[in-house]
Design a binder for this molecule. Sequence first.
Ligand SMILES: O=C(O)C[C@H]1C=CC(=O)O1
Length: 97
Amino acid sequence: MLYHVRMDVHLPHDLPGDTRDQIVRQERDYAQQLQREGKWIHLWRIVGEYSNYSVFDVDSNDELHAILSNLPLFTYMETHVTPLAGHPSDIHQSAST
Ligand SMILES: O=C(O)C[C@H]1C=CC(=O)O1
């Protein structure tokens, strides 16, 4: 199952620099692990924002929720999830609807 996720990060201005760096490092490690596992299949920076557009390929709503809520930055981000279905005009897949 594919999901489009927009993540908007809002780090508090008074967060100490070393805490911020540690969380961002943990986030990067976790994100790269999920990419290697084939679960986080696209990760794009939104130009000019501390935000990204991502696509996840996971088995269920529950799996996606577990992944997102385990992100080290989860406390500091808004997430907007859109489930994706195949499009009948997409020449790269054979969706029927
Ligand atoms: O920077 C971000 O967009 C937030 C988050 C997503 C992956 C990652 O390493 O950090």
